[in-house]
Design a protein around this ligand. Sequence first.
Ligand code: TRP
Length: 329
Amino acid sequence: MFCMKGRVFSGARPTGRQHIGNYLGAIQNYVKLQDDYDCIYCIVDIHALTTLEETSVLQDNIREMMLDWLAAGLDPARSILFVQSHVPEVMELHTLLSMVTPLSWLLRVATFKEKAKQQPQNVNYGLVGYPVLMTADIVLYKADTVPVGEDQLPHLELAREIVRRFHTFFGATFPEPNAKLTDFPLVMGLDGARKMSKSLDNQIELAASPKDTAKRVMTAVTDPARRYRTDPGHPTICNVFTLHHFFNDGLVSQIERECMAADRGCVACKQQLAQGINGSLQPFRDRRAEIAARRGYVEEVMADGARRARAIAVETLKEVKYKMRLLPR
Ligand code: TRP
């Protein structure tokens, strides 16, 4: 039987070089979804402008991120990989969707309230409209499945409400997008206390050199109750131990035993983690270097992605304009 694949859309802000939290929490999942869906992955540079005051790094961040995506296995032959602003139709749809979005819905969004508190000097119109732009991203491509982290669920719910409201005014047009939660544990940063994040400078970059990786891993916070080498450790509360699960899978029970018996010190443990990370990431790093060395390749991937995305976008926008009577019947 002929079976239509679902369509995945996901967007990520251009944060530059990706870290192991990005990989384990999102990218790895994006790669897998390519087997079962038609996938569209977008670097959302317009969204970045809602909070980015320093734009001089934007182009570098986009390129570095795309390089990481490609090296990790996002495949431009199977998926559409593109940059949000390269398909400007999304901004038209954003404006049209804004007409069916009550302002009160947007003012209630928790992420908006948080951001407004974080940047009181820059509570701009675009920031309030962030979820409307996100909705436009998804429905412009009529995506039905949106892989996101838990923090994005309120945005997805709002997207569904905007879609429903559009439908009550103008008739059924879009699939109601469903969130597809990535069932992945939160990856904590080197401080062991907060989510791994570039803005907190507690990250381990995928593309770092083995030496830099080791240097950063050596700064990781371990079990805070273990003050002397002879104190027994508590692996269950140690973030370095958690990371061993991903990068030294076969050694976990030995590490646990030795730590609890004080047969293993934190320094040696971190050295071994760095080794595990460097070993696991070497194929990725080789691939990345190879892709980065191909002149013009990343630009080509982005141009091709934008061309394919735009072909879909133009059709959807035409349909929306008909329905809203912006075009004659
Ligand atoms: N808001 C998302 C984030 O901060 C990024 C995003 C923008 C997105 N547009 C999207 C995610 C569309 C999924 C679908 O992570």
